[in-house]
Write a protein that binds this ligand. Structure first.
Ligand SMILES: NC(=O)c1ccc[n+]([C@@H]2O[C@H](COP(=O)([O-])OP(=O)(O)OC[C@H]3O[C@@H](n4cnc5c(N)ncnc54)[C@H](OP(=O)(O)O)[C@@H]3O)[C@@H](O)[C@H]2O)c1
Length: 292
């Protein structure tokens, strides 16, 4: 177990699927893990399931990543209970299977997959301890749907590719531009991800919104890295990574995925255990840095 035994990891959206498996694999290493879930009953059931497997280093706290009140309550509880944390794994995410792309269907996806990640990270950053070997970490479970090859707007592709100059404000403006186009009904032709191949699939055009949200979190990780580098000296050493679990059989895709949850959790867990120095701010797949 070694030094990992003293680390504290917080995982969002961990009552099932990949998040639950990330908690399970880290707990098997003897690491203390806070399993969070938006529904307390489902979260406590998940906790009991892990305890029944002999994993006793897991604790539970409610967290709805889309609720600022819930995010602040978690931060306060972590501070009081543990003093600080070492690793945050932003895993919670949704895909709205409603085929319509309207403000009502898009907003919850952006609020969970992008603004939720940002708000949780912002609230927990002050609690991250950088005195562990390799520094503290923020890991974001993103998706291959967030790679820039899916985006048709060449201007955004150019600006978002320029990782070293990405800022959180720019990523916010990208997401808010998409939301505005949805409200105006003008998103077609604006170069947002083109998912015509998916329109007749069970996912419909909702994949377009999901893709925008995941492009945004991958870009956010680079922007956060830039902010943290700029603060080095006065700030903390925190490694930040985005990654994809691959296409994993979970409720998310009605179990259509081709990977098991064990395989899907592999890269985020590996990042948590190894915190590779070279790949901070970047997007990871199968334990390797890949193109955004
Ligand atoms: N499965 C794949 O093939 C795949 C591929 C690429 C990326 N991903 C990403 O992997 C992550 C996990 O997906 P999964 O496949 O494990 O999906 P899942 O089985 O549907 O699990 C998603 C988890 O997120 C939670 N969640 C949703 N909204 C939340 C909120 N507002 N606050 C807190 N928790 C919330 C869910 O809680 P409830 O049980 O309460 O709904 C659930 O625990 C997501 O970010 C997803 O985008 C998955």
């Amino acid at each position: 177990m070694g030094e990992e035994a003293e680390r504290l990891v917080v995982v969002t959206g961990a009552n099932k699927g990949i998040g639950f498996e990330i908690v399970r694999q880290l707990a098997k290493e003897g690491i203390t893990v806070v399993l969070t879930a938006r529904d307390a009953t489902r979260g406590k059931e998940a906790l009991e399931s892990l305890k029944s497997q002999g994993l006793h280093t897991v604790n539970f706290h409610p967290l709805d990543v889309a609720s600022q009140e819930s995010v602040l309550a978690l931060a306060e509880w972590l501070h009081k209970t543990y003093g600080g944390i070492d690793i945050l794994v932003n895993n919670a995410g949704i895909l709205n299977l409603d085929k319509d792309v309207t403000f009502e269907t898009v907003k919850p996806v952006l609020d969970t997959n992008y603004f939720g990640v940002k708000n949780v990270t912002k609230a927990l950053l002050p609690l991250l301890r950088d005195d562990t070997a390799g520094g503290a970490q923020v890991i974001v479970v993103a998706s291959r749907f967030g790679q820039l090859k899916h985006l048709e707007n060449k201007d955004y592709v150019k600006k978002l590719s320029d990782r070293e100059h990405l800022t959180e404000d720019f990523v916010d403006s990208f997401v808010n531009h998409y939301l505005k186009d949805v409200v105006d009904g003008s998103q077609k032709g604006e170069g947002w991800p083109n998912w015509t191949d998916w329109v007749n699939s069970p996912y419909g055009r909702s994949v377009e919104t999901y893709s925008v949200s995941k492009v945004a979190v991958i870009a956010y990780v680079s922007a956060l890295h830039n902010t943290l580098v700029a603060q080095l000296g006065s700030g903390k050493k925190i490694n930040v990574f985005s990654c994809t679990p691959g296409f994993v059989a979970t409720d998310f895709n009605n179990n259509r995925g081709t990977k098991t949850v064990e395989e899907g959790a592999d890269t985020p867990v590996w990042l948590a255990l190894h915190s590779p120095k070279e790949g901070t701010g970047k997007f990871w797949d199968e334990r390797k840095v890949v193109d955004f």
